[in-house]
Design a protein around this ligand. Structure first.
Ligand code: HEM
Length: 431
């Protein structure tokens, strides 16, 4: 894993960096979340890779263009997760104050380089294959309809709490194969454990987190005693086969699916509704033929929202020059996929929501070896969620159109709450 040609160009004594200090961009404020594009444009003007300051990690390098983000996530030899591949110890982005138990559970495939990453990913890839995810569409539709039944007879709802958050959790419970009668209780437990607003609440949420882990452990034990359908059952089978998966990896895998698959999809659904309500012409175009237009529309809604704004940090494995920026071994770098998704070098008028945009080479789900495992599932969930919602309430509207409150957390973009006026009886009752 040597990058001799680039690293030799920056042998000691190193030339001064073009950009030596963190630039004063704050990528966690509500103002930034409400409209990130001007900040991304200013960052891009400063360079393709710029230093930014982020909570807990301090100064990290961040890509600002589509080309730089793509090159970074695709080069898993130069940009690595495991510290030992970059002269460090531990995993990129992990903090000393995180409880040991949490670190062990978070030691999942997203934190691994090859070959461990490949071994772990192979075990779950099949369950997330397009064919299998499409087969889940009918049960996702049932989940969406059941949640919407709870809206009947009401004038207003908080869509974030009552729909966007509940749907992905119910889908994950289904995927894992949790017993039907325990799913609501599990969803509530997971919601408490995983709805974190900043890294400190992670520590505060440890109680709920432990409760959820205890429950999942119980499910794993039950599946060991009594084989069952669903992903937990399949992972337990892989564990039995010996060298494929150990107990800690099994638990870490389930926790990763919960963390990676829940809040991300929640925000995509909410962000999509905000965008549609803020662009009535686009909403009208979509609702004129949702069956034919939804798939392409969700790609653009995802690009426009970019609910995951950046990847997890990687270590730079060796001294190099990357898009004009000297980087040193052991430094941290993130790919700002949200900045890539509004790069004018890649998208015409990136500021516009154009639901029929094609092609749409967004990096919402990243790329390379850590390319989102759940991307098909997230797409289908969002397509189903929007189709079902607007079929019942085509005239719904934001209750506070001038005041969407955004979560102020690094890397995530989504509204804290999403009050809606439903505007009229649902089409289902009216029919
Ligand atoms: C809108 C929804 C989603 C978005 C925007 C999203 C985005 C991403 C991104 C950007 C990455 C790369 C992270 C990195 O390299 O640091 C990723 C990885 C991952 N995502 Fe998603 N994701 C979504 C939904 C889901 C769902 C529903 C699941 C599963 C139930 C899931 C499971 C994963 C896993 C397991 C990884 C790590 C893959 C690996 O390391 O090989 N994601 N996701």
């Amino acid at each position: 894993m040597t990058h001799a040609s680039t690293s030799q160009a920056f042998a000691d004594p190193r030339p001064a960096r073009r950009l030596a200090h963190p630039l004063s961009f704050d990528i966690t404020t509500a103002a930034f979340k409400a409209d990130p594009l001007p900040t991304y444009a200013a960052m891009r003007a400063a360079g393709r890779v710029v230093p930014v300051k982020v909570p807990f990690l301090g100064s990290v390098w961040a890509t600002t263009s589509h080309a730089a983000a793509l090159a970074m996530v695709k080069d898993n030899g130069l940009f690595v997760q495991e510290g030992e591949h970059a002269g460090k110890s531990g995993v990129a982005g992990f903090q000393w104050w995180m409880p040991k138990s949490l670190r062990a559970l978070a030691n999942n495939m997203l934190q691994k380089d090859e070959p461990d990453h490949r071994r772990l990913r192979k075990l779950v890839d099949a369950a997330f294959a397009r064919r299998d995810v499409l087969a889940m569409r009918a049960s996702i539709e049932t989940i969406a309809e059941r949640l919407l039944d709870g809206f009947e007879g009401r004038d207003s709802v908080d869509l974030a709490a009552e729909y966007s958050r509940r749907l992905p959790l119910a889908v994950i419970a289904d995927l894992l194969g949790l017993p039907d009668r325990e799913r609501d209780e599990f969803a509530e437990m997971a919601r408490r454990a995983l709805s974190l607003t900043n890294s400190f609440s992670l520590v505060l949420a440890m109680g709920s987190f432990s409760k959820m882990i205890g429950y999942v452990k119980g499910q794993v034990e039950a599946a060991r005693r009594d084989p069952r359908p669903g992903l937990i059952g399949e992972l337990v089978r892989a564990e039995h086969e010996g060298d494929k998966l150990d107990e800690n990896e099994l638990m870490s895998m389930i926790v990763l699916l919960l963390i990676a698959g829940f809040e991300t999809t929640t925000h995509l659904i909410s962000d999509a509704v905000v965008a549609l309500e803020q662009h009535p012409d686009q909403k009208a175009w979509l609702l004129a033929d949702p069956a034919a237009r939804m798939e392409r529309a969700v790609e653009e809604l995802a690009r426009h929202a970019s609910p995951v704004q950046l990847t997890k940090p990687r270590y730079v494995a060796s001294d190099t020059e990357f898009f004009g920026q000297p980087l040193r071994r052991g430094e941290l770098i993130v790919a700002q996929v949200a900045a890539a998704n509004c790069d004018p070098a890649e998208f015409d008028h990136p500021e516009r929501l154009q639901l029929d945009r094609f092609p749409n080479p967004h990096l919402v789900f990243s790329s390379g070896i850590h390319f989102c495992l759940g991307q098909q599932l997230a797409r289908v969930e969002t397509q189903v969620a929007l189709t079902a919602l607007y079929a019942r309430y085509p005239d719904l509207a934001l209750a506070t159109p001038d005041r969407v409150e955004w979560i102020e957390r690094l890397g995530i973009r989504g509204p804290k709450t999403l009050p809606l006026r439903l505007n009229g009886a649902s089409r289902r009752l009216a029919a």
